[in-house]
Ligand binder design. Structure first.
Ligand code: PEP
Ligand code: MG
Length: 864
């Protein structure tokens, strides 16, 4: 097919939700809504495909061949359907031109509304509607938006002009400006346009349409969109679709309005629909947070019939999509139009509540309900809340995103990023937020704004990221220029501490304790369903009885990795140093004898806590010098310093660590094994698995296994009362897993070291030094230490699993690297024949959900 024949444009009437990749989320859903609700409810229009955007980008900004003609045809069809013509002097058609990528990127891409207005057609619109104020308000919005979006006229200059005019007229609201004021603004904005472009504002609607389409394409590669994609792992190659839709007007007077509506409460998920609306306003007024919107329930008082229709539509859409919906609507002189619907991004508590209710209502079965949950977002349910409810409330705002946070105040996203890089905890405080602030959301512990409601930019982005947020705190006065926030006569500056509770809307300067979360009854229900559906076991990585107890509370079925090195730090470090630095065998034995009872007590307590669940204890792994003082802290010329210096290595991560310690200093491993077996003998039902780290060669494991078996005999532990296994965390071990398996009862893949050695990336350095650039230039879309590099490292793991099971059909296989708590990696492990994952206690619930999603084939960690 030549590019001339390619279909770049689809009318809404011909699209469907299955065409999301091509039409973008918005285009596909508008088409779907047109089918379900009827053309009467959804203003007509067409979508320019994401492929057209990709072709435009690839050609360096040339419109693909055939696109202009197809747009002209689609426009002609829209004109015929609406009975109006773009730019008509009597009764003009006006259109919106909106972006719409495959995944929603709220506020990151550009939109132009009211396109088609010119000096001539504005008069036509005024005459036809008998509402000159509306016509001129629409025109000033268009000149403003077109100038800003298509030609970069400064938004700040525009706002200044509006503020100045309102001040001259002595009014506070935009709606109080009259027709003459609006005409004046149009002239002023045209002047700004001329200043910025050197040209007059275009009076040919075709030129306007072309410009707007290009601007939307270009916004895909704009800085804020690129930043958003990096944070949300959206590929650059997708491109955005462009939706051209007939305008309907929420700013046509007191029986018109605009709003956003969720089919259920978007914060807690309760079944009552929620949202905001503004009479006599266009959609951007509601989301920008500039005017404080009214609660959707008040729609019933304002226009009862519209309210009823909207509630009915929300139910219909939710049933159709089988998921909670987030919609935008406009009421034009009493007629309700639906502009958009999408599966609602929601905080974890709402996701869980929806899943449970959807099953109870018969809307979804358990598997489908679990698939609606973004497993990674559940982190938020495991976040702290205020421990002390008796704090002094400084001010209150809207509870926009649940969870509590405290930290130093910062007033800009930049400062938030810089502070986070220094390891400081900060709360980002802004009057309202914009797309450019997103990096700051990521860096801050919480967000506080003085303006905007639950659907404001700040609220949406914070919920999407699981950051606690309080918005619309009207009593908080934020003076960015002075670098202060004021509440009554309390003045706070950057660096002062503040705490916010995004679950209740409370703000305080008290140093409230943050307490660990309790798992709600609904979350427990969901986790119970996940346990029935999943086939992958979930264990925890825990080195202390406290961590072990927490993990059991979160549903861990055992310990998959008990790292023993932490047991030799702190007070015990000198004892460990004595072992390593001992001048002779006798001195070493004495030092080891001193350590053994301590180690034994550690194991006993952990085994008791785990009450018969399997506990995988890993023998010592890190390089020995980690337990020694720094040579510079020892007297120069002393034998001790010389010995410490002799133990320093150029590449400690590739040095004397792991099983190599057991070969070079068997007394250490022997002490650990003896302590473990002695402890196990004291605990009823102790279920012990001894794990040997960093094995390369089968002979290494053979030797250490022999040592373990000997100690077992010496301590009277019968065969079969314990198992011996190894970590598989080096490439050679994957390739030779069949040979290694002869000496192993189980494998546990150490995907941290396997990633480090498989990719040759230092696990301690890559994230700070290399990752950002690698993501920028499209080599990586996330850290391979966070999500398994499935085509490379993942294939080594699969080879290890396959070869291991070739030797022993029932070889038990686990994963205990950080990837064990990452939903995408869990999906991969599920499909690699792994028996269980092991992750930090707080990731255990996430792993249970992700494992169930993997079992039912739901995409892991991806929003529908
Ligand atoms: C691993 O390498 O994946 C692992 C779990 O061990 P550690 O992180 O302790 O090296
Ligand atoms: Mg390791």
């Amino acid at each position: 097919m030549t590019s001339d024949q390619r279909v770049w444009v689809h009318d809404f009437a011909t699209g469907s939700r299955e065409m999301r990749d091509l039409l973008g989320g918005k285009g596909a859903n508008v088409a779907e809504m047109t089918r379900i609700l009827g053309a009467d409810r959804v203003p007509g229009g067409f979508t320019i495909t994401t492929e057209a955007c990709v072709a435009y980008m690839e050609s360096g900004g040339a419109t693909p061949a055939g696109l202009d003609a197809q747009v002209a045809d689609a426009l002609a069809r829209l004109e015929a359907q609406s009975g109006r013509t773009l730019g008509d002097a009597d009764d003009p058609l006006l259109v919106s031109v909106r972006s719409g990528a495959r995944e929603s990127m709220p506020g990151m891409l550009d939109t132009v509304l009211n396109l088609g207005l010119t000096d001539r057609s504005v008069e036509g619109l005024a005459a036809r509607t008998g509402n000159p104020r509306f016509a001129w308000d629409s025109y000033r919005r268009f000149v403003q938006m077109y100038g800003n979006v298509v030609h970069g006229v400064s938004g700040e200059r525009i706002e200044q002009e509006i503020r100045a005019l309102k001040a001259r007229r002595g009014v506070t609201e935009d709606t109080e400006l009259d027709v003459d004021d609006l005409r004046e603004l149009v002239t002023t904005f045209k002047g700004l346009y001329r200043e910025a472009t050197g040209e007059d504002f275009p009076q040919d609607p075709q030129v306007q349409l072309d410009g707007a389409i290009r601007a939307v394409f270009d916004s895909w590669t704009g800085e804020r969109a690129v930043t958003y994609r990096r944070l949300n792992r959206i590929p650059d190659s997708w491109g955005t679709a462009v939706n051209v839709q007939q305008m309907v007007f929420g700013n046509k007077g007191e029986t018109s309005g605009s709003g956003v509506a969720f089919s259920r409460d978007e914060v807690d998920g309760s079944p009552e629909p929620s949202g905001d609306f503004l009479p006599n306003a266009q959609g951007e007024d509601v989301v920008s947070g500039v005017r404080t919107p009214r609660d959707i329930r008040e729609l019933a008082d304002w226009q009862p019939a519209v309210h009823e229709q909207l509630m009915d539509i929300l139910r219909t859409l939710e049933r159709h999509y089988g998921d909670m919906q987030d919609t935008e609507f406009t009421v034009e002189e009493g007629h309700l139009y639906m502009l958009q619907t999408r599966n609602a991004k929601r905080p974890a508590q709402a996701a869980v509540r929806f899943a449970v209710d959807a099953v109870a209502e018969g809307l979804l079965d358990r598997g489908a309900a679990i698939a609606t949950i973004d497993a990674a977002s559940l982190d938020a349910l495991l976040h702290p809340t205020f421990g002390n409810l008796d704090y002094t409330v400084l001010a209150r705002g809207v509870a926009a995103s649940p969870g509590a946070a405290k930290g130093e105040i910062v007033f800009t996203a930049k400062e938030a990023v810089a502070a986070a890089a220094e390891g400081r905890e900060v709360v980002l405080v802004r009057p309202f937020t914009e797309a450019d602030d997103v990096a700051g959301f990521h860096a801050a512990r919480g967000i506080l704004t003085s303006e905007g409601g639950k659907a404001s930019h700040a609220a949406l982005v914070a919920r999407g990221m699981g950051r606690p947020a309080v918005t619309g705190a009207g009593d908080v006065e934020i003076d960015l220029a002075a670098g202060e926030m004021r509440v009554g006569d309390v003045v706070l500056r950057a660096g002062d501490r503040i705490a916010i509770n995004g679950t209740t809307g409370g703000i305080t300067t008290d140093d409230v304790p943050l307490v660990e979360p309790e798992i709600s009854a609904e979350f427990l229900t969901v986790l119970g369903w996940c346990d029935e559906l999943r086939t992958l076991g979930v264990r925890t990585n825990a080195d202390t009885p406290q961590d072990a107890a927490k993990a059991i509370e979160f549903g861990a079925e055992g310990i998959g990795l008990c790292r023993t090195e932490h047991m030799f730090l702190g007070d015990r470090q000198p004892l460990m140093a004595d072992v390593i630095l001992a001048a002779d065998d006798e001195a070493r034995t004495r030092a080891i004898d001193a350590l053994r009872p301590l180690q034994e007590a550690d194991f006993e307590e952990i085994l008791r806590t785990m009450a018969g669940r399997p506990v995988t204890v890993r023998l010592l792994d890190p390089p020995l010098h980690e337990f020694l003082p720094h040579p510079h802290d020892l007297p120069e010329g002393s034998p001790e310093r010389a010995r410490v210096e002799s133990l320093q290595e150029a590449n400690p991560m590739l040095g004397t660590r792991g099983v190599r310690l057991g070969i070079l200093m068997p007394a250490l491993y022997e002490m650990q094994v003896r302590a473990l077996f002695t402890a196990a003998a004291k605990v009823d039902g102790a279920n012990v698995e001894v794990m040997v780290p960093l094995v390369d060669y089968e002979r290494e494991l053979e030797l250490v296994r022999a040592l373990i078996e000997r100690v077992a005999q010496e301590t009277g532990v019968p065969d079969g009362a314990y198992t011996v296994g190894t970590m598989i965390e080096l490439p050679r071990a994957c390739f030779l897993a069949d040979a290694i398996a002869h000496y192993a009862d189980f494998f546990s893949f150490g995907t941290n070291d396997l990633t480090q050695t498989g990719l040759g990336f230092s696990r301690d350095d890559i994230e700070a030094r290399i990752l950002a650039r690698y993501i920028d230039v499209g080599i990586l879309d996330r850290s391979p230490f966070e999500t398994i590099d499935s085509p490379g490292v993942g294939q080594m793991l699969r080879m290890g699993a396959w070869l291991g099971r070739k030797t022993k059909r029932d070889l038990k296989l686990g994963v205990c690297g950080e990837h064990g708590g990452d939903p995408d990696s869990i999906d991969f492990f599920h499909h690699s024949g792994i028996d269980y994952v092991s992750c930090s206690p707080f990731r255990v619930p996430i792993a249970r959900v992700a494992a169930a999603q993997a079992a039912i084939g739901a995409p892991a960690g991806v929003w529908a």
